[in-house]
Design a protein around this ligand. Structure first.
Ligand code: SF4
Ligand code: MG
Length: 321
């Protein structure tokens, strides 16, 4: 079957200036990322902030052109589609329901926006579709006539989800959809997303810094570090038997969470990776507790493992034995 989303050799380079007089430098935010997401499944993408996961999401949504590589949605090249065709297939749900909803518009008008952008729709049909989307996410017609400021954080995220569903897309890209919410509300939104996926046969790309959230929702997981997928596998296999030292550190950090940090404490010192200074060889080597002589010199190859792969010299050695 044709995957719902397929990404081939995706790269994104930014030119950044780190000081007023510093020469511009090239930052490879996403480096040779490839994967395929079967229809109806959920690919979780995890990593710390700065790992390139939001850049990846924006390219898959068509909001940012790739420097190289292709995004295929339902077997069609995203770059061959116009904005309206893209919007009918793939929709976003972003982290912050406070900033992504226009405070001056009523909820029902916010949800109607993607329909209006398509044009050619009667008022009656529009009202019907908006009502349908609101009821799918558990909001009433009465709540539809309120402004975002009159709703709770969880209700606002329901509005964002209703807006994503109103065109009946096949794919939803969720970028940290619960990270701005209270813990008690997070579970409700995750359950809602799971229910909608089952009922509507949706495919999700689900991006999060929180491995515990990803474990809850994803059928497959890709772990990103400084722009590359360093390990990917079926969710069960990845959580039962992680092979990359970075995945293991992320998992360990879930077991001993540091409240209030917003980024996982990987237990490897607090040096956040800097995308403008990608280390030589294996990019994880300065933080890796298992690094050895070869690691700073040579970049590890992708070693197949289960349904996925691992990029670590230790996995290459294990596979050769
Ligand atoms: Fe650690 Fe070396 Fe494996 Fe990189 S290649 S993850 S530095 S052991
Ligand atoms: Mg982000």
């Amino acid at each position: 079957a044709v995957p719902a989303i397929e990404v081939r050799g995706l790269r994104r380079i930014f030119n950044v200036r780190q000081g007023l007089f510093a020469p511009p430098r090239q930052v490879v935010a996403v480096d040779d990322v490839s994967f395929a997401v079967p229809a109806g499944s959920v690919l979780g993408v995890v990593g710390e902030s700065g790992c390139g996961k939001s850049t990846l999401a924006r390219m898959i949504l068509g909001l940012l052109p790739p420097s190289a590589g292709d995004v295929l949605v339902d077997g069609q090249r995203l770059s061959d589609m116009d904005r309206r065709a893209r919007a009918r297939l793939i929709q976003p749900v972003f982290q912050d329901p406070f900033s992504s909803l226009n405070p001056r518009r009523r909820v029902r008008d916010i949800v109607a926006m993607p329909l209006m952008a398509q044009g050619n729709i009667s008022r009656t049909e529009m009202d019907r579709r908006v009502e349908e989307a609101l009821s799918r996410v558990g909001l009433s017609v009465e709540q539809g006539s309120r402004f975002p400021s009159q709703l709770s954080g969880g209700q606002r995220q329901r509005v964002a989800i209703a807006r994503a569903l109103v065109l009946r897309p096949r794919i939803v890209v969720c970028d940290e959809p619960t990270s701005a919410l209270d813990v008690s509300v997070q579970a409700q939104i995750l359950n809602l997303l799971a229910e909608l996926r089952r009922e509507l046969g949706l495919t999700y790309l689900f991006i999060s810094h929180n491995l515990a959230v990803v474990e809850h929702v994803a059928s497959e997981v890709a772990v990103m570090y400084l722009g590359r997928i360093v390990e990917t596998n079926e969710s069960e296999a990845l959580f039962a038997d992680p092979r990359h030292p970075y995945t293991r550190a992320l998992l360990a950090s879930v077991l001993t969470p540091e409240p209030g940090l917003g980024v996982p404490d990987v237990g490897l010192g607090d040096t956040m990776p800097d995308p403008a200074n990608v280390p030589s060889g294996c990019r994880f080597h300065p933080r890796c507790p298992l690094a050895f002589e070869r690691c700073p010199i040579e970049a590890p190859k992708r070693t197949p493992y289960g349904a996925g792969f691992v990029e670590c010299h230790l996995a290459e050695t294990a596979a050769a034995n």
